[in-house]
Design a protein around this ligand. Structure first.
Ligand code: SF4
Length: 186
């Protein structure tokens, strides 16, 4: 008798794994918490204008390169949240890139650690003109709680030119989206 498992053990193993994963997915269901209604409404308003202005100004998506110049990662968590399934900034035409050569905008969190100075300057010079530099978070805007020291150069504008500041410790995803919108509005 033809034994499928013996003839195709690897394929059967993969099928079993896939079935287990699907079973787990259906058993778990959707566990993502929805945004509070008022935040969802705020994001919808900001997002609609963002989408229209990005399409008009950039004729495609707004491409962002994020640079952590020495932050505590609190600001990065909010930037990641802006890009996750809940806030989903891609739907408004905001796209993150790994290369500054494709970027329209640099989102920089700080303060600038001494070890990141050269990397930040290189990233800035690798980004094509006209570029927009946004300092995200209190540390990026004015040095924040870290300030300047033997290990820290303080605010981003101490190292590269900054066009816009988005304060907050850390700024919420809605603040980030509103800040980006205000930049594009001019
Ligand atoms: S602004 Fe706040 S969250 Fe952002 S890097 Fe500074 S201390 Fe961390």
């Amino acid at each position: 008798m033809f034994d499928v498992r013996r003839q195709f053990p690897e394929a059967c193993y993969k099928r079993d794994v896939i079935l287990r994963i699907l079973h787990q997915i259906f058993r778990t269901g959707v566990v993502t918490e929805p945004l509070p209604t008022e935040v969802e409404a705020e994001i919808a308003v900001i997002g609609a204008e963002l989408e229209a202005r990005i399409r008009k100004t950039f004729h495609r998506s707004l491409v962002i390169r994020e640079v952590d110049a020495g932050s505590c990662n609190g600001c990065e968590l909010e930037i990641h949240a802006m890009n996750n399934a809940v806030y989903n900034c891609e739907r408004f035409g905001i796209h993150f890139t790994a290369s500054p050569r494709f970027a329209d905008m640099l989102l920089v969190t700080g303060p600038v650690s001494v070890n990141m100075e050269i990397a930040l300057k290189r990233t800035y010079h690798s980004t094509p003109n006209p570029k927009i530099v946004v300092a995200v978070g209190d540390c990026a805007c004015d040095g924040g709680i870290f300030g300047e020291s033997y290990a820290s150069l303080g605010r981003i504008s101490n190292v590269i030119p900054v066009d816009v500041h988005i304060p907050g410790c850390p700024p919420r995803p809605a603040d980030l989206l509103r800040g980006i919108l205000e930049i594009i509005r001019g």
